[in-house]
Write a protein that binds this ligand. Sequence first.
Ligand SMILES: [Zn+2]
Length: 252
Amino acid sequence: MTRPFHEYDTVRELVASGMNDCAISRQTGVPRTTVRDWRRGGEPGAKAVDRRRQFDATCPLCGDVELDHGWYAYLLGLYLGDGCLSEQARNVFKLRITLDLKYPEIIGECGLAIAQVRKSSDQKIGRVPKIGCVEITSYWKHWPCLFPQHGEGRKHLRKIELVPWQQEIVDGYPARLLRGLIHSDGCRGLNRVSGKGYPYYMFTNHSDGIRDIFCRACDVYGVHWRKSSWKTIAISRAADVAKLDLEIGPKT
Ligand SMILES: [Zn+2]
């Protein structure tokens, strides 16, 4: 990650447009204290970088730890589908991803994705059993850096869109994002027509923004999609299903 240099210009432009530090931080993923420094004329030089390192060197956005783009794209898909962040005591955030108990391999893959994104030797990934599902949890002050979509209220009642650095990652790994989105809010089904089975993929989400993110990833990956209802996107042409099967396949 080349932060903070490539985001400096974006932040300065938003400052010039009159946006406040909190809003700029939310939109760009740049921590609010850094936005404040840059607003005051500080440049992303050595001093600022050192201070952020003390803040948390294991955060790919504040520190200089490399973010694994493929695993991030997958985890982002799970988060957008069935995840949330909630603030706990002392500015710690809980990442919670709710998964169906029917799919033990997806539960395992979610834990792996968190471990690959949150590269810390002392992390604990929790499994909280609920009726029919399990919550995978991880506590960290810096989850909002990685998921700037965090905000008040339900996701479908807020505007959800990716910030530029996320879009860049997702455009590089569209199938990984689609895998995460299908694993959380999608399915692979079978239509039976005169005894023959035709597989299809379906993605259902109440948020316009999240459906747009799904459709854009389909476009970038090169599969055709169609709306099958206001909240559901379907992929059903044989060649497109076969292409998705290379990266996703039945949920297990
Ligand atoms: Zn951070």
